[in-house]
Design a binder for this molecule. Structure first.
Ligand code: KG4
Ligand code: ZN
Length: 338
């Protein structure tokens, strides 16, 4: 294992992040969140890209100083090439290219989704890294999929959402409740004081290991419209129970298909990744299943679940060890399969 020092850069959505990885150990993982999107109830691509431009230099500087590493000591630079918002990706990509050129170090392109999954291999992400093959429920604001991970760079999507992502469902339903963006963590927090059996929402019936989350959003919307007509304070009076019931339903939808996939493929190594894997209801549910079904579960440390550059640096390190470098003509791409 090389003791390379890698700078990772992430800018695919609304978090500008930089991290320094030495060997498999994260020395720094800095992120600047973009508060500006709260006013709009969702990410505004043009504002995101402008905020990345303002944040990137201070964030990278901070990552170097926290790691106590000088720019001249790094072995390579890894950056998120996609998938994500093109304008946002371009900022990280151009910055990574320029810095690689000025320092004369290799450039390594990273797929953001692979990075969420491979974050499990960061030294302190888990007490133990998953064994291949494992199933990874990858749940974020933009993606919801069950991935069969056969090796570091040999992954197969065996099921995915046909409409909204799970994180998007949390955020859109939160918006109906009048909560700030992103609503996922707020719903999680309010759920702790609520009764999850207060309200029932529809669950989709889909073939295979696919998901759908637009139905629950619509069913919540119609239910709320009806109740608010009768009692304008309905949301305020029931917010904790509403959140707990929504969270329970989303977690059940996610877990039903994951359990089916694990049984069908006879795999007991089960991991979760992506922003929604920070959700306490999902973490509890996967823990319960591990006891009931004998799963070995892998839940990454909180800071490696939502968008971060540590996971980008980790993938870059794996590619660095394989000698897989990008040349300076590489460009960002909004769509990028794993
Ligand atoms: O992976 P991520 O940071 O960015 C994307 O690549 O999308 O995921 C962000 C998503 C948002 O939809 C956010 O609401 C959701 O993850 N999220 C959560 C929690 N923390 C973040 N959803 C539910 N419960 C949480 N605790
Ligand atoms: Zn992400």
């Amino acid at each position: 294992m090389s003791d390379s020092i890698i700078l990772g850069i992430e800018s695919s959505c609304d978090d500008t992040s930089a991290a320094v990885l030495k060997g498999n150990k994260i020395l720094s993982n800095i992120a600047a969140n973009q508060e500006i999107h709260k006013e709009y109830g969702g990410v505004v691509p043009e504002l995101a890209s402008r905020a990345h431009q303002q944040n990137i230099i201070p964030v990278v500087d901070k990552a170097f100083s926290k790691a106590n590493i000088q720019q001249k000591d790094i072995s390579a630079i890894g950056f998120t090439r996609g998938p994500g918002l093109l304008g946002s990706l371009l900022v990280g990509t151009s910055f990574a290219k320029s810095l690689a050129m000025s320092l004369s170090v290799p450039l390594i392109e990273v797929n953001h989704l692979q990075a969420h999954i491979l974050a499990h291999f960061i030294e302190d992400a888990n007490p133990k890294a998953p064994n291949f093959p494992f199933l990874c429920l990858t749940v974020s604001g933009g993606h919801t999929m069950i991935v069969l991970v056969k090796d570091y760079f040999d992954m197969e999507i065996i099921g995915k959402t046909i409409d909204d992502a799970a994180g998007e469902a949390f955020d859109k339903i939160g918006k109906i409740f009048g909560l700030d963006y992103p609503a996922g963590p707020i719903i999680d927090k309010l759920s702790k004081n609520g009764n999850e059996n207060s309200f029932k929402f529809n669950k989709p019936k889909l073939d295979h290991f696919n998901y759908s989350f637009s139905g629950i959003k619509t069913s919540v919307l119609y239910f709320i419209q009806k109740e608010v007509r009768k009692n304008p304070d309905f949301i305020k009076e029931n917010i904790d129970d509403l959140c707990a019931s929504v969270q329970k339903t989303i977690v059940e939808i996610l877990m039903d298909k994951l359990e089916k996939a694990a049984i069908d493929l006879n795999i007991k190594e089960i991991a979760i990744a992506g922003g929604v894997s920070a959700n306490s209801g999902l973490r509890e549910a996967i823990q319960k299943n591990s006891e009931r079904l004998g799963w070995n579960i892998y839940i990454p440390k909180f800071e490696y679940t939502t968008d971060n550059a540590a996971m980008i640096a980790m993938v870059a390190k794996l590619k660095f060890d394989r000698g897989e470098f990008a040349d300076l003509s590489i460009s960002a791409t909004a769509r990028y399969d794993i």
